[in-house]
Design a protein around this ligand. Sequence first.
Ligand SMILES: Cc1cc2nc3c(=O)[nH]c(=O)nc-3n(C[C@H](O)[C@H](O)[C@H](O)COP(=O)(O)OP(=O)(O)OC[C@H]3O[C@@H](n4cnc5c(N)ncnc54)[C@H](O)[C@@H]3O)c2cc1C
Length: 462
Amino acid sequence: MSESPRSIVVIGGGFSGAMVTAHLLRRSHDPALRVTLVNKSGPLARGVAYGTRHSDHVLNVPAGRMSAFPGEEDHFLRFAQARIPSTTGGAFVPRTLYGDYLGSIVEEAAQQVPGRFEAVSDEAREVRWNADTSRARVTLASGRVLEAEHVVLALGNYTPSNPSLPDPSAFASARYVRDPWAPGALANVRPDEPVLLIGTGLTMLDVALQVASVARSAPLVAISRRGLTPLPHRDHGAPPSYGHLPPDLVAGEPSAVDYLRAVRRHTRQLARAGIDWREVVASLRPVTSRLWQALSTRERARFLRHLRPYWDVHRHRVAPELWQRFHALRETGQLDVHAARLLGLAEVSGGIDATFRLRGRKEQATFRAGWVINCTGPEGDVRALKDPLLSSLMADGYVRADALGLGLDVDDSLSLLTRDGTPSPWLSLVGPLLKGTWWEATAVPELRVHASRLAARLAGSA
Ligand SMILES: Cc1cc2nc3c(=O)[nH]c(=O)nc-3n(C[C@H](O)[C@H](O)[C@H](O)COP(=O)(O)OP(=O)(O)OC[C@H]3O[C@@H](n4cnc5c(N)ncnc54)[C@H](O)[C@@H]3O)c2cc1C
């Protein structure tokens, strides 16, 4: 095999897979390099996030921070301004525009190198290494087999799993929506039907606004254990600075609670000088992966158990205008958000009865919903996934879950680690499944760096 692979199959055509592909096509000077991008659902280069056509779904990162290329900060801004001239760096533009942007990047890169790129709409079901040919065989759902010297997994966000309940029978109801991002999932929800949203994070906010985009006569109710809802970005044009890192984050053995205390202290101190808490959260961004990696597995687990919901609402914020509309839904009584524990769902004629216990109360409450929509977000534990490709890769020992099941184990160069911890010479990973190693691996500002680094290594230009 040559030092740099000449045939590469990228599995997953969302942001991560699309950008690895574009970088490979742009960078490689090897005229023999062939790249095949396999994507199982939705249009290429959009993934779950940018596949929406709903105008209420806007980016939750300002346009000035959404360039797909590290080091070319205003690349997306220029694209957006060519279509919507009034767009500023601090604007939150429709996600569908971002999908168009990614599509155009792949298309342009492919046009530069005719005959070296193929897009395949299919699902990769199995990947096996053939030591005799020094090639991987990627078997697709259609039965087609692709051969490649290197395979990149860019599998992205997984479908949400059902909440854990003693009686799961209501999940089979046509009035239960397991994945609100599936095409047409919300199409039959009528404005006169009460809706229960399980989960109160970003997915719930998007779904609530979508469902309430036509005047409703029936209530929307959203529940989660703590009832925490997303917070808004600051309401002005400039993105936050990175200059307000707490000075005493690590004193002695790193622990999640020490991080929290240092952040709180610093935030309070800055607030007295009129500086917004978002500046501190933004300043943590460039060092978050280092802070995460400094924690022991036990401390990471503690963070996930006790602090994550609070981190999520402060870190994953929404566009101010969306938040205003969400707030208005609550103020006008169209949406009720409760801190509550879901105890059961039971299908009844024309709907589903949900039983829950409000936080701090002993008695149970019941809500008769016309629809129950699962807004718990992408499945976060790879060990719980029933995905044919991942299951076969794990069973064959080509990959292994990280210690907390947030994703798959990799080394610093994004090579996947095999069951015994050896870096794979032919299998690499980009995207949110890097979370266990880097923690910050869900949004474009980090994913673009991973995609670029991996492509540079594979193209032999790292
Ligand atoms: C609703 C939503 C909104 C978001 N908004 C933003 C935002 O505004 N800004 C931001 O920075 N981040 C946002 N994100 C975070 C988002 O995770 C990243 O920005 C990015 O889109 C992740 O891209 P990805 O390619 O890694 O994963 P995905 O977008 O999930 O793409 C993975 C792709 O792989 C395909 N696939 C999976 N398995 C297989 C298989 N076996 N065979 C073939 N194909 C397969 C899937 O069909 C999918 O198309 C959002 C996420 C969501 C869910």
